[in-house]
Design a protein. Structure first.
Length: 365
C-alpha cells in the first residue's frame, strides 16, 4: 500500500492551455481528479496541438529537453510516474523508474499502439520495452488490451482495462429546446453532430457522402462538425468536395470548450463517430451522457463501447451502411429512445468519479 502523500509526475503528449482548451483536456480532467484525492501532481507535457513536420520536431524536442531538466532537478522527488501514451511519454518515464525507483504506470490510448509504434522498428521496440518494464499498464479499450496481451506478450496481471471516464457534471441531459436557443439553432431541423479532429482517419469523407445521400429522401438536415483542422490539406479536400457536389447544410466549427460541447450534444438529434480506428471513443460516451443517440464504426474500443444497444455500429469506410444507420435513428423514435436508454446506462457505468477510484487503487498497488 502506497502513501497518499507520495508525489506524482504525469507525462503526456497532450495537455490543454488557455489558448488550446480542448487539446488533451481529458488528461487534465484526470489530473485534477487525482489532485482532489490528495496526490501532489506535477505535469510534464506537450501543450501545442499544431501538426506538420517542423512543429512536431520542435514540440517533441522541447518535451525531451524539459524532461531532462525535470529528471536532473527533481527526479528523486517523484515516487509515482504516470505516463499517458507509450512513446515518448512512457519511454521518458522509464528514466525515473530506472534511476530513482519510481513506480511507473503507463496508459495506452490507441494511437500510440495503432500508429506511433508502426512508424519505425526502433519506436516499436521502445514501445514494447515500455510495456514490459512498466509496473502497471492501463488500456482504454478492449481492443488495445488484446493487442497488449497478444502482440506484445505482456503479463495479464499487470494490464488493466480502464478508460478516462465521462465527467457527468459537465455532460448531462438538458432540454433540447433550451440548448438550441442557446446556440441559436433552428428549432426543428434534424441536426447530426461530429466532434473530433478534422482528419481522414475520422471517416469524415464517408460521413459527408452519407449525409448527402440522406438529403435525397429527408429535408431540413444539418451536419455540424466541431474540431481542430489537424490536417489542413484534408480539410481543403472536404471543402472542395462539398462545393463540387453542391452539398447544403454542412458547417465546420472551431474547437469548443467542454461545457459548449455538452450543449451542442444536447441540441443534436444524432451524434456520429465514423472513425477508421478508435482506441475508446470518449466523445461518444459524452454524447450518451447527454442523452443523444450515437452511431459509430465497429472498430477498436468504440465497438465495445457501443455494444448491447448503447449505440449503433456500422463497418468503417462504408457510405451506404452509415447512411442507413443514421436514417434509421432519425426516422424511428423507438430506435432513438432505445439507444438513449442503453447509452445512459453505459455512461453511468463509465462515470469519471467511479473510475478514478479504480485508478487510485492501481496507484496504491
Amino acid at each position: 500500500m502506497r502513501s497518499i502523500e507520495e508525489k506524482m509526475l504525469v507525462i503526456s503528449t497532450m495537455y490543454p492551455t488557455k489558448r488550446h482548451t480542448v487539446f488533451g483536456v481529458f488528461i487534465k480532467n484526470q489530473v485534477e481528479q487525482v489532485r482532489n484525492r490528495g496526490f501532489p501532481v506535477d505535469v510534464l507535457a506537450i501543450k501545442d496541438p499544431r501538426m506538420g513536420k517542423v512543429n512536431v520536431i520542435r514540440k517533441y524536442s522541447k518535451l525531451l529537453l524539459q524532461a531532462v531538466g525535470k529528471f536532473l532537478k527533481q527526479g528523486r522527488s517523484y515516487q509515482i510516474v504516470h505516463a499517458h501514451y507509450l512513446f515518448p511519454s512512457g519511454w521518458i518515464g522509464l528514466w525515473f523508474k530506472r534511476w530513482f525507483k519510481a513506480k511507473l504506470i503507463v496508459t495506452a490510448h490507441g494511437g500510440d499502439i495503432d500508429k506511433m509504434a508502426r512508424l519505425h522498428p526502433w519506436i516499436y521496440k521502445q514501445t514494447k520495452r515500455v510495456l514490459e518494464q512498466a509496473d502497471e499498464v492501463i488500456v482504454v479499450g478492449a481492443g488495445l488490451k488484446q493487442a497488449v496481451l497478444e502482440e506484445f506478450q505482456i503479463k495479464q496481471e499487470k494490464v488493466h482495462l480502464l478508460n478516462m471516464g465521462v465527467d457527468r457534471t459537465v455532460f448531462h441531459p438538458k432540454p433540447k429546446e433550451q440548448a438550441r436557443k442557446e446556440l441559436q439553432l433552428h428549432a426543428t431541423n434534424k441536426i447530426i453532430l461530429f466532434v473530433g479532429n478534422i482528419i481522414e482517419a475520422k471517416g469524415l469523407s464517408e460521413l459527408i457522402a452519407a449525409f448527402h445521400q440522406m438529403q435525397a429522401t429527408q429535408k431540413n438536415l444539418e451536419l455540424r462538425l466541431i474540431g481542430p483542422k489537424k490536417d489542413p490539406a484534408f480539410y481543403e479536400v472536404l471543402v472542395q468536395s462539398i462545393e463540387q457536389d453542391k452539398i447544403k447544410g454542412v458547417t465546420f466549427h472551431e474547437p469548443k470548450q467542454q461545457n459548449e460541447i455538452a450543449t451542442w450534444m444536447t441540441a443534436a438529434d444524432l451524434f456520429v463517430l465514423p472513425s477508421y480506428i478508435e482506441g475508446f471513443g470518449l466523445v461518444a460516451l459524452e454524447a450518451m451522457a447527454c442523452h443523444t443517440p450515437v452511431v459509430g464504426t465497429a472498430v477498436g474500443g468504440l465497438q465495445t463501447l457501443l455494444a448491447d444497444n448503447a449505440g449503433m455500429t456500422v463497418a468503417p469506410k462504408q457510405i451506404e451502411p452509415l447512411r442507413d444507420a443514421m436514417t434509421n435513428v432519425l426516422t424511428d423514435p423507438d430506435v432513438s429512445q432505445m439507444l438513449i436508454h442503453y447509452g445512459d446506462k453505459r455512461a453511468q457505468e463509465n462515470d469519471q468519479e467511479r473510475l478514478i477510484d479504480s485508478l487510485i487503487t492501481i496507484y496504491r498497488r
